[in-house]
Design a protein around this ligand. Structure first.
Ligand SMILES: *Cc1c(COP(=O)(O)O)cnc(C)c1O
Length: 370
């Protein structure tokens, strides 16, 4: 027999999530914070973290519900007392838990396009029908099309990343509000994914303090873009009525003991992490201005720790972006070539904001004549 005799055909048709080999490269492809943790902390704090980690008993299972870590997250991120927190092994795991929970036969997951690729992939993993509603050409929400699609398709769940990946922009709050109220009438849950929240220019626009105004909204955050991608820790915040259902699907001990200890420490240093995010935000402005001065490159506005650019030229094919990607690679700079992933992304590259030195190297390479 062959594996494909029993593997679901839609799984057989998938390709695995591809991670580009990065050894020896300036790594600007995955929205990581370029400042090493804990090495970028003062020595005293590094010593305290090591001391904390040395007390972890690796022979024991970790705390199943991680109450201490949740308490420090609640404090650092100012999560209101009336909302519950559920932790995931990255927010990717949380997307998967939500998708599994709603995957009745025929149920649908709706998102925008282009969006974070895991929304669609996980819909497929869990046997959900996937609906992608195209953004407008300027990457804003097409509220009319969203409202129509929600009324027509009655999706069980709608994922909206704000700021959006890979476009980098925030969506208009009025449009998000319309989507939420339409979903509420049509029996759908809206998941707002605020992975890039630390980099927004309007931090007060987080949905965190509006969740309780609705029956059907939950919110995701992650420490990955904040500077701790290696820990694999994401959080879901929302009403207990929702979270207690998702929590039933969470595998016991999904947050390992080292992650719990390191993340609890990191929450105490949340201010340090936010300071780094501010440095990255400043660099984003400098990088955007430098990019705007390069002829043949169109720069899209960003409220995240990356900038999407279009290499202008023949946009019906992606050769311009491919050439630029290859040139950067030859200079040992790794970015993400997004040009094939959606028609609206023709000839685009996604550049993660790095350190000033890394960004200078990228700017120099982009400025070179072909
Ligand atoms: C990177 C990213 C995440 C990833 O989260 P993990 O916590 O690292 O799993 C979630 N949502 C969006 C939109 C992202 O870009």
């Amino acid at each position: 027999m062959k594996p494909t005799d029993i593997i679901r055909p839609e799984i057989g048709a998938l390709s695995s999530y591809h991670v580009q080999p990065a050894a020896g490269f300036i790594k600007l492809d995955a929205m990581e914070n370029p400042y090493a943790f804990p090495q970028s902390l003062p020595e005293l704090l590094q010593a305290r973290l090591l001391e904390r980690l040395s007390t972890v008993s690796l022979n024991r299972y970790p705390a199943a519900d991680a109450p201490e870590l949740k308490a420090s997250i609640r404090y650092a991120m100012q999560i209101p007392a009336e909302l519950d927190i559920m932790l995931g092994n990255g927010s990717d795991e949380i997307i998967q838990l939500i998708a599994m929970a709603v995957a009745k036969p025929g149920a649908a997951l709706l998102s925008v396009e282009p969006a974070f690729v895991m929304f669609k992939m996980i819909a497929t993993f869990c046997g959900l029908h996937y609906i992608g509603v195209s953004l407008k050409a300027d990457f804003s929400l097409d509220a009319e099309a969203m409202v129509a699609a929600i009324a027509r398709e009655q999706p069980a769940v709608i994922f909206i990343a704000n700021p959006n990946n890979p476009t980098g922009n925030c969506f208009d709050r009025k449009s998000i509000a319309r989507i939420i109220s339409t979903a509420e009438k049509n029996g759908g849950l809206v998941v707002i994914d605020e992975a890039y929240f630390p980099f927004t220019t309007h931090a007060h626009e987080s949905y965190l303090h509006n969740i309780t105004e609705h029956e059907n909204v939950v919110l995701m955050r992650t420490v990955s873009k904040l500077g701790l991608a290696g820990l694999r820790l994401g959080m879901l915040v929302g009403r207990q009525a929702w979270l207690q259902e998702f929590d039933k699907l969470r595998l016991p001990y999904n947050i390992n003991a080292l992650t719990q200890a390191a993340a609890a420490f990191a929450m105490e240093q949340y201010g340090e992490l936010l300071k780094q995010c501010d440095v990255i935000k400043h660099e984003r402005i400098r990088l955007a201005i430098a990019l705007a001065n390069i002829s043949g490159i169109e720069t899209f506005p960003s409220e995240a720790n990356f900038i999407l650019i279009r290499v202008t030229g023949d946009t019906s094919v992606n050769t311009e972006a491919d050439k630029m990607f290859a040139k950067l690679r030859s200079r040992k700079i790794l970015v993400k070539n997004t040009s094939q992933s959606h028609p609206l992304l023709a000839n685009t590259l996604r550049l993660t904001v790095g350190t000033p030195t890394e960004n200078d190297a990228m700017i120099a390479a982009l400025n070179e004549n072909p």
